[in-house]
Design a protein around this ligand. Sequence first.
Ligand SMILES: Cc1cc2nc3c(=O)[nH]c(=O)nc-3n(C[C@H](O)[C@H](O)[C@H](O)COP(=O)(O)OP(=O)(O)OC[C@H]3O[C@@H](n4cnc5c(N)ncnc54)[C@H](O)[C@@H]3O)c2cc1C
Length: 313
Amino acid sequence: MARIVVAGAGAAGASVAYHLAELGADEIVLCDRGSVAGGATAKAMGGVRQQTDVGLAELEERAELQRSLGVPVVATAAPAGVRSDDMAGAVVCWQDGVADPPAVTRELVRRAAAGGVEVREGEDATKLAADVFVIAAGPWSAQVGEQLGLGLPIRPLCRQLLETEPVAGLPPDLPMTIEAETGFHFRRRGHRLVLAMSDPKPRWGFEEVVEESLFDDRLERLAHRFPAATGTRIDRAWAGLYDMTPDAHPILGRVGERIYAACGFSGHGFMQSPAVGRAVAEEILELEPTFDLSPYRLDRFERGAIFPEQLVL
Ligand SMILES: Cc1cc2nc3c(=O)[nH]c(=O)nc-3n(C[C@H](O)[C@H](O)[C@H](O)COP(=O)(O)OP(=O)(O)OC[C@H]3O[C@@H](n4cnc5c(N)ncnc54)[C@H](O)[C@@H]3O)c2cc1C
């Protein structure tokens, strides 16, 4: 059987390798030029959402669509502690959640290795001999593509997360809360809150820099939406890279002669990685597809696909 090299051991590559092994491929190398879960996966908020969030009418319309697809979205009063007097409405899906992306990825890699996948760290995957190559290199995917003679429209965008000091009395069931109009959102992590919002001006490029001048604004927004956190400070902040495509949807499946992609997640790759890993592994192994990958094909950009996705946080 062919030797399959997966470039990148973040959430995406780990999931592809894990599913390849589970589906019976027998020579798989999962290779990261850094370390397992050392890229964007280490920086993620960890939100796992089936939810959407723009404007009440749109929320309701989407909730209807989500329910028709079996996602149990319900209208809700604001969760305990969340200010609601300036809200037109809210929806929640109690099956949404948060997870720890690096921990999940490391466990997937452990299981992939147990299933026979060779895991290499500190090596450039493009230097390895491969019959089949999978680009799962997150924000560096366009560079990897270029080394393989392939143009991938993926650009790195710097985003930052801020973690507060401990906040007393956080409700244990506080869901990840997203303001539809502004995109400001926060989640509970232990006794702390993690905050995020798009920068006023997008920061394109590979520099991962924390912009401290935004802290006060984010803390004011938090105090407004979650008054119990008034006066809290930022304890820790970090920046990471989104791998943005022109329409903010990923590029999945075959992209060239014996080359496959699982990249361009545009900030949503952790929650998509289980399904993506499965789908890409099935395509590589020419198995009956569980998911239709046609909306995610690379050639959509030749037809002018641009930004219909409204839900990039
Ligand atoms: C601030 C922030 C918040 C986020 N929040 C969320 C969220 O709430 N929910 C969500 O679903 N997603 C979120 N994401 C996105 C999510 O982190 C990623 O989409 C997801 O982890 C998938 O990452 P990946 O595996 O594609 O890339 P990465 O984790 O970046 O992995 C790519 C790997 O490729 C390696 N690599 C690069 N070049 C080579 C090479 N030549 N050879 C070998 N290896 C190579 C790198 O070292 C890296 O480890 C967030 C991202 C950021 C930055």
